[in-house]
Design a protein around this ligand. Structure first.
Ligand SMILES: [Mn+2]
Length: 460
């Protein structure tokens, strides 16, 4: 599954490197793909390159380092790019898989030069020499940081010995990268649409497969089976398949309980297409029918979600989604008999954060290559950033009622509902990328009616 053809990706990456360096200014940028990590014994986790690295290179292998900088050539700024990659190695490739190699990487990925990774540390002093600034993120790997700082310190003396020794200024490129990544290009939106569409389809398959007596992991298998069958190699994050009161554990991933009739199932899952992920949550009754209490909670959460989505418009502060959701949820908690009105009304309940025991998380996050995608939420003065066309944010209010909270009406205890969609900021109305995933109680009822009909005809 490649929603962005490689030739397009190569051009996009070159343009991103140009825009990033235009933002950062002169200096050498270093960015690493990350390495393979031991899971246990000699087994490694399956590798996925870091999103910042992938965003700028499109290169999928571990142990690679991007080096680039701007140069003035005949009055024009030109970006020079060197990529250090794992060398071709017959034996390694027989055991562990193919490598692009330095010879091919340059041409395939539109780089000025590709070199074997084992030359990186010897090449670095020379690459660094012309620059007063080094754009690099520290803290990912202590050994890399140690060698890098040693190289910087050495360069202060060897390269500037006729002057006052000075190592290059270290600047973290992450915020500038986040500023680019938070606005999605057309090709990225296409990839995200595909991820959203496939994820919606898988949620529906899970709804159709569910029945009391199955286990959460069997629902996970159905859902992820749809992802894998469509060629999506991995999820954007571990699937949360939470039945009954497991829905009150926000990041529940044990997924090993048996589904029961009369209970809800909360499914929070999204898959990657071309490295971009979707993030959908749906909550629905295992046996197809909401109890009155479940329906009442569901309607409050849905109302909050729809109201919050309407805030996703250019110029609105991003936290308007949370403020809106909190207002509707708090009002709903009063109507459900969970919160009692106070002097000062709704405003006072909100100011006191009376909703917090039942709604303890935020209402959304940027979405893209990472499920919690790059992008600032507040400016330097602490003010919430405003929506701009091309941003994608999740909108995901919920309500969770602790099964052991004896102060709650008994019919509410153990109910957890979250509804989450992925929303693109356009110049006009918000565009819900995940709109094809059923969400209203009426749409859900239709899915469950179809499920019941197909089961009747299968058994008859
Ligand atoms: Mn989310």
């Amino acid at each position: 599954m490649e929603p962005i053809p490689r030739e397009d990706l190569v051009a996009l990456c070159a343009d991103r490197r140009r825009r990033l360096l235009a933002k950062l200014g002169d200096g050498l940028l270093l960015l690493r793909s990350g390495g393979e990590q031991i899971r246990n014994g000699d087994v490694t986790w399956s590798f996925r390159p870091g999103s910042d690295f992938y965003y700028l290179t499109g290169f999928p292998e571990p142990d690679a380092i991007l080096c680039c900088h701007r140069e003035r050539v005949r009055g024009r700024d030109v970006v020079r790019t060197v990529l250090f990659v794992r060398p071709r190695d017959k034996l390694q490739e027989i055991w562990h898989g193919r490598r692009v190699g330095a010879q091919r990487a340059g041409k395939l990925f539109g780089l000025d030069e590709a070199r074997p990774i084992d030359e990186f540390w010897t090449a670095l002093p020379e690459l660094l020499a012309p620059h007063r600034r080094l754009y690099v993120r520290l803290g990912d790997d202590a050994e890399f940081d140690r060698r890098l700082l040693a190289t910087c310190a050495a360069s202060a003396f060897t390269l500037r010995k006729r002057n006052v020794p000075r190592h290059p200024e270290l600047v973290d490129p992450t915020p500038a990268l986040a500023d680019l990544r938070v606005i999605k290009e057309a090709a990225e939106i296409t990839a995200m649409e595909q991820a959203a569409e496939l994820t919606s389809r898988a949620h529906v398959a899970a709804m159709l497969a569910a029945r009391p007596g199955l286990h959460e992991y069997e629902i996970q298998q159905v859902l992820e089976g749809v992802f894998r069958a469509a060629g999506s190699r991995r999820n954007g994050y571990d699937s949360i398949v939470a039945s009954g009161s497991n829905a009150c554990i926000l990041h529940y991933t044990e997924n090993d309980r048996k589904l029961r009739g009369g209970e809800l199932l909360l499914l929070d899952a999204g898959t990657e297409c071309g490295m971009y992920t979707a993030d959908i949550t749906r909550t629905w009754p295992v046996d197809g029918t909401f109890t009155n209490a479940q329906a009442a909670v569901y309607d409050v959460v849905l109302k909050a979600q729809l109201a919050a989505i309407r805030q996703v418009r250019p110029g609105r502060p991003w936290d308007a989604i949370h403020k809106t959701a909190v207002r509707v949820l708090t009002q709903g908690l009063v109507e459900l008999g969970v919160l009692r009105a106070r002097r000062g009304g709704l405003r006072k309940l909100i100011a006191d954060e009376a909703y917090k025991p039942f709604y303890m998380h935020g209402t959304g996050h940027w979405l893209g290559l990472d499920v919690h995608d790059a992008g600032a939420y507040y400016d330097a003065a602490g003010k919430p950033l405003r929506f701009r066309p091309g941003m994608v944010i999740t909108v995901e209010p919920g309500l969770y009622f602790d099964p052991s909270d004896r102060k709650l009406p008994s019919e509410l205890r153990g109910i957890g509902v979250r509804i989450e969609d992925d929303v693109l900021v356009t110049r006009g109305d918000p565009r819900v990328l995940t709109a094809s995933c059923p969400k209203t109680r009426r749409d859900l009822a239709q899915v469950f009616a179809a499920r019941a009909a197909s089961r009747r005809s299968a058994s008859g």
